[in-house]
Design a protein around this ligand. Structure first.
Ligand SMILES: Cc1cc2nc3c(=O)[nH]c(=O)nc-3n(C[C@H](O)[C@H](O)[C@H](O)COP(=O)(O)OP(=O)(O)OC[C@H]3O[C@@H](n4cnc5c(N)ncnc54)[C@H](O)[C@@H]3O)c2cc1C
Ligand code: SF4
Length: 584
């Protein structure tokens, strides 16, 4: 029997990026806020000290920072004709756990989506006349202009280093000319550029493109954010992507918001508290509490007036399904909404090998590179190409971590002395041009509850049914061909082209950019939440995170995840608290 606890005004389920943002905003509005985080407390001095933060075996290969699959995992399959099996080892994506969530080990590549991304359905239909038959893409119900102040807010909280490309409609030299208009420049200048991104930028310019520096949550200089929290300059240590920063140089919840939030008397964080279910009243239209268990296995019922799911897309969607909130999606009938429009991203690369250039790959940071955006979104004419969508192309030099990074040329054996010789020859002399592409939503790609496999509490695991379609393969091949041209223009000794072929494979790491399943929109028959991320069915429940994306654009998601979090928080503060009830 669960012990019933005293009620709180607002309850956050999960305490990563979106949890920290909502915690700060809702306590500012005067609410008593409680965050329940399934993992433990984690902070820079105790967990990412520079003396051991770079332990590649411990952190990346033994997964210390990531979700523990022995506790909770998901099952995966490529299509409904297959039986899904549990993911017993992390691979394709790396969900976070503990305070800070995946925001601790993210890279910091911090983008805004294109204005046309938010109206993908109507825009593509208008420009190209028709869409691939099984595509279920949608407009978001929110526009770029509405989100602009909220993007700006996150960029200044994080101290993003970058070069504006479009200031109030005026295109700026050296920035991304395709971005939507921004009200003011980035708070920090771009990062200093190392050799490989510089070579890429020269090659891109020689082909007539307009390269620009990756907008980065790694600090180009010391910075104090609007909350008064200080970050230090990045040392380009190269153990950033998939690692915590020991240097206070990567914007995370811990380095930007928590120093202020944790001191507030109206905020409480309870760690090692895993939420199992959202409980509804007898009408089924109001959330009254959550049930959670602590580390000792004790069960509690925590009542709250307002509940916000901030547990990452996969856990948010699973909690909705386990709690019976919203109609589960049925891919055969094409009805229901929860789990609908799950999407991912598609990446590829071209390795570049030199003899005459020392590239020092170990100098790097999670979001340190030069890119082009000519082939992203609808920045180019897709007529006759047979696909929609696109992605960015460039070199992001994240660091030459010795176990993970050892590109070798075509034909090199996978082990033995020839393998070692090839690594010794190429480690300092190789780099990689990457493509990072969108995935549209399709009728057959979705999330639901697995009929067979259960977690430690006996609850069904989440089941993911996903594969790349013809649209994604054609688009990725197109981007890879452009990347190949760029790699050749860098005048290397040789290149190796790594196309993304065949079905989606759960084994190799690709991106942790899962989207959909709790999508936003203006029509309750095709979305789980309204344009303020408020549940259509239960108006005192908000569902944050990339689950709200109706499809997955060609950029990294967190800039938009955070902008949507500020947008939802603003709606709660300025409208919902004055008159609790449906906002749309
Ligand atoms: C290696 C890596 C690199 C990345 N790089 C980038 C990048 O460069 N740019 C970018 O835009 N994005 C990047 N991302 C993605 C980024 O980390 C996420 O978009 C972001 O962290 C999502 O924020 P969130 O609040 O939705 O989830 P999270 O930050 O993951 O927080 C969710 C929290 O909820 C907790 N939780 C889950 N279930 C429960 C439950 N039942 N009860 C209680 N607590 C629960 C989790 O433990 C976790 O702490 C990267 C991710 C990874 C893994
Ligand atoms: S590269 Fe910079 S931001 Fe990243 S972990 Fe190292 S010091 Fe921190």
């Amino acid at each position: 029997m669960a012990e019933r606890l005293p009620p709180v005004d607002a309850l956050l389920v999960g305490f990563g990026w979106t949890g920290a943002i909502l915690g700060q905003e809702l306590t500012d509005a005067g609410l008593n806020v409680l965050a329940l985080e399934r993992g433990a407390w984690r902070d820079t001095p105790t967990d990412f000290a520079p003396t051991f933060a770079q332990d590649e075996l411990r952190y990346y290969f033994r997964h210390e920072l990531f979700e523990r699959l022995s506790h909770e995992t998901l099952t995966v399959r490529n299509n409904i004709g297959q039986t899904a099996l549990p993911m017993r080892q992390l691979g394709s994506f790396l969900p976070g756990s503990n305070v800070g969530g995946a925001g601790v080990h993210w890279n910091g590549q911090t983008w805004r989506f294109l204005p046309s991304d938010f109206v993908a359905h109507s825009h593509n239909l208008q420009r190209y006349g028709k869409l691939q038959q099984d595509m279920t893409i949608q407009d978001w119900g929110v526009s770029y202009d509405e989100l602009e102040p909220h993007y700006d807010r996150f960029e200044y909280i994080c101290g993003i280093s970058g070069q504006a490309g479009n200031l109030r409609g005026a295109i700026q030299a050296g920035g991304n000319p395709f971005e939507g208009p921004r009200a003011r420049p980035y708070p920090n200048p771009p990062m200093a550029m190392s050799y490989p991104p510089t070579l890429f930028a020269e090659a891109a310019r020689s082909l007539g493109y307009k390269p620009f520096p990756q907008p980065s949550a790694n600090m180009s200089q010391a910075y104090t954010n609007p909350l008064g929290v200080q970050l230090g300059p990045c040392t380009y240590c190269g153990f950033c992507e998939k690692f915590g920063c020991g240097n206070y140089s990567k914007a995370t919840a811990q380095t930007t918001i928590l120093p202020v939030l944790m001191r507030k008397p109206n905020f409480t964080l309870r760690t090692e508290s895993e939420v199992l279910k959202i409980n509804l009243d007898s009408t089924g239209k109001r959330a009254v509490s959550v049930t959670y268990v602590d580390a000792a296995g004790r069960e509690y019922e925590q009542p709250a007036d307002l509940i916000v799911l901030t547990a990452y897309i996969l856990h948010n969607v699973r909690l909705l399904l386990l709690s019976g909130i919203g109609k589960p999606y049925d891919p055969v009938a094409g009805t229901g909404v929860v789990g609908r429009n799950y999407a991912y991203q598609i990446t590829s690369s071209v390795n570049v090998f030199y003899d005459d250039k020392l590239l020092n790959p170990f100098i790097g940071a999670g979001a340190h590179g030069m890119l082009i955006d000519e082939f992203n979104g609808d920045n180019f004419d897709h007529s006759g190409l047979g696909f929609i969508g696109g992605g960015f192309i460039g070199i992001v030099q994240t660091g030459g971590r010795p176990i993970e990074m050892h590109a070798t040329p075509e034909g090199t054996p996978k082990w033995g002395s020839a393998f070692k010789k090839a690594i010794a020859r190429n480690y300092l002399r190789s780099t990689s041009v990457v493509t990072h592409g969108a995935v549209m939503s399709h009728r057959g790609n979705y999330l639901d509850l697995d009929p067979t496999y259960r977690d430690v509490y006996g609850r069904p695991l989440l089941r993911m049914t996903f594969d790349f379609t013809d649209n994604e393969h054609k688009m990725s091949d197109y981007l890879t061909d452009k990347a190949t041209d760029l790699a050749k223009a860098m005048k290397p000794r040789e290149i190796k082209v790594n196309k993304r072929q065949g079905s989606w494979d759960v084994v190799p790491y690709q991106t942790t950019h899962n989207t959909g399943g709790a999508v936003m929109g203006t029509d309750p028959s095709t979305s789980v939440v309204n344009r303020y991320l408020q549940s259509w069915d239960v108006s005192n429940l908000f569902v944050l995170g990339s689950g709200a994306f109706p499809q997955n654009p060609g950029y990294n998601p967190t800039g938009t995840v955070a902008a949507l979090a500020y947008w939802a928080a603003d709606a709660i503060r300025t409208r919902y608290l004055k008159a609790p009830g449906p906002l749309a």
